[in-house]
Design a protein around this ligand. Structure first.
Ligand SMILES: NC(=O)c1ccc[n+]([C@@H]2O[C@H](COP(=O)([O-])OP(=O)(O)OC[C@H]3O[C@@H](n4cnc5c(N)ncnc54)[C@H](OP(=O)(O)O)[C@@H]3O)[C@@H](O)[C@H]2O)c1
Length: 232
């Protein structure tokens, strides 16, 4: 497969290294300096590319996705902080018959964690003695808070138990790749469900698996579609 990497930061580099190790060809790594407003993502520059993997910044991702979709390149993005634009980008993908897979978290355990959290919330529903909340902790350089995964987790929990708000506490310190915890605290006991990303390579492996899967699957997808099938 011929892969273009958009964003040459920590994640872009991790995906490129893994893709090369798996025998894929890197068509190029497109960094910020040459790509203001997505201007490097031309049909000419992208000719021969099978898939794009995009890990940039919240303020850059939407222009990049527009250009990649317009150019007809199936695109995997892990950039967070752009969910307000998802409907507009989805309409563009549908109009162009393109393919997009987006995920706030490419750890393969996260979709399972989200489902387990929904199950936990259903079991604790109506147990007023417990206070429920979400804690998320990331390295100090992470720009957005709460994390995309924490927002998704909150939405799942609220869907499972609409009576609780599930407030999110965000911590930014140290170099944690990503920790998400659901906590039910009672006066004498505490129940927690925790996901901890142990390294960036787990995100890179998930993103690359998505890049291998996406070209044969037009439309807008999440990792859950890839793992469990549509609506699974
Ligand atoms: N989905 C997941 O599993 C997952 C995992 C980890 C991180 N993330 C998210 O992925 C994003 C990137 O994370 P990271 O850790 O790789 O951050 P990072 O190390 O800061 O890398 C981001 C890179 O994007 C570059 N960039 C900015 N605008 C660009 C543009 N228009 N075109 C091309 N490149 C551009 C930045 O360049 P400059 O520094 O020069 O601006 C930087 O090199 C963040 O939103 C983060 O929250 C998602």
């Amino acid at each position: 497969m011929r892969v273009v990497i958009v964003g040459d930061g920590k994640m872009g580099k991790a995906v490129a290294a893994l893709a090369e190790a798996k025998g894929h060809a890197i068509h190029g790594m497109i960094g910020a300096a040459e790509n203001v407003g997505g201007r490097a993502l031309t049909a000419e520059r992208l000719r021969g590319v099978d898939v794009a993997v995009e890990f940039t910044r919240p303020e850059a991702v939407v222009a990049n996705l527009e250009r990649l979709i317009e150019a007809g390149v199936p695109t995997v993005t892990g950039t967070t902080g752009w969910q307000d634009e998802l409907d507009r980008i989805t309409a563009l993908v549908e109009r162009r018959g393109g393919a997009l897979l987006h995920a706030a978290n490419f750890s393969l355990g996260v979709p399972l964690f989200l489902r387990a959290a929904g199950d936990l919330a259903r079991r604790f529903a109506g147990r007023a003695v417990f206070e429920a909340g979400i804690l998320e902790e990331h390295h100090a350089a992470k720009l957005d808070a709460p994390s995309g995964t924490a927002r998704e987790l909150q939405a799942r929990l609220r869907a499972a138990d609409p009576a609780r708000p599930f407030p999110i506490t965000s911590v930014r310190e140290g170099d944690a790749a990503g920790i998400h915890v659901v906590e039910y605290a009672g006066p004498h006991e505490r129940v927690t469900l925790r996901h901890e990303a142990r390294s960036r390579e787990g995100f890179a492996a998930g993103a690359l698996a998505a890049a291998e899967w996406l070209p044969a699957h037009p439309g807008v997808h999440t990792v859950e579609d890839m793992l469990f099938g549509e609506g699974g």
